[in-house]
Design a protein around this ligand. Structure first.
Ligand code: FES
Length: 159
């Protein structure tokens, strides 16, 4: 992450999101989800604003963002390809598939190709365990993803 000064409008927007959740129990996750929804990711500049609202340290907010795979600290690419890393899919070769995707895209997990076309993310079970390896391509579940199908998916995504 790069350190960044929060622009006033970002601060105001994040502060408003925080205010909307302050009365509830465990407001941190709903706030982070709303911030990601509003900005497409959780900007680093939002963290101190959230910390101030919740009376915690920025490091604590950062810890939560890093812990949950759903949160991004940078904008995603035009397409998001998630490969299942849970047990049933691993038994069907998901690790090799992930390695092939990383090699082709030149990124690691959570990385985005330099042309901004694809973000690669891990996911932990898509409920399609009998048809592994499974992937989620722009929100659509795809089963039995072998290397040929993966190539077709990435080709289609422009990677
Ligand atoms: S383990 Fe991959 S979909 Fe369930």
């Amino acid at each position: 992450m790069h350190s960044a000064q929060a622009p006033a409008d970002l601060s105001a927007q994040v502060a408003a999101i925080c205010a909307a959740h302050l009365g509830r129990e465990g407001p941190m996750l709903p706030i982070l989800h709303d911030v990601q929804h509003a900005f497409g990711h959780v900007p680093e500049a939002a963290l101190p604003v959230i910390a101030l609202a919740l009376n915690v340290t920025t490091a604590e907010v950062h810890g939560v963002v890093s812990f949950y795979h759903d949160f991004r600290d940078a904008p995603a690419g035009r397409h998001v390809v998630k490969i299942c890393r849970a047990e049933a899919c691993q038994a069907m070769g998901a690790n090799d598939l992930a390695d092939a995707a990383k090699a082709r895209l030149g990124v690691d997990w959570h990385g985005t190709t330099t042309d901004g076309s694809v973000t690669l993310e891990p996911v932990y079970c898509l409920g399609l365990c009998a048809c592994g390896p499974a992937a989620l391509v722009d929100g659509v579940v795809v089963g039995r993803v072998d290397k040929a199908r993966l190539d077709a998916i990435l080709e289609e995504a422009g990677a």
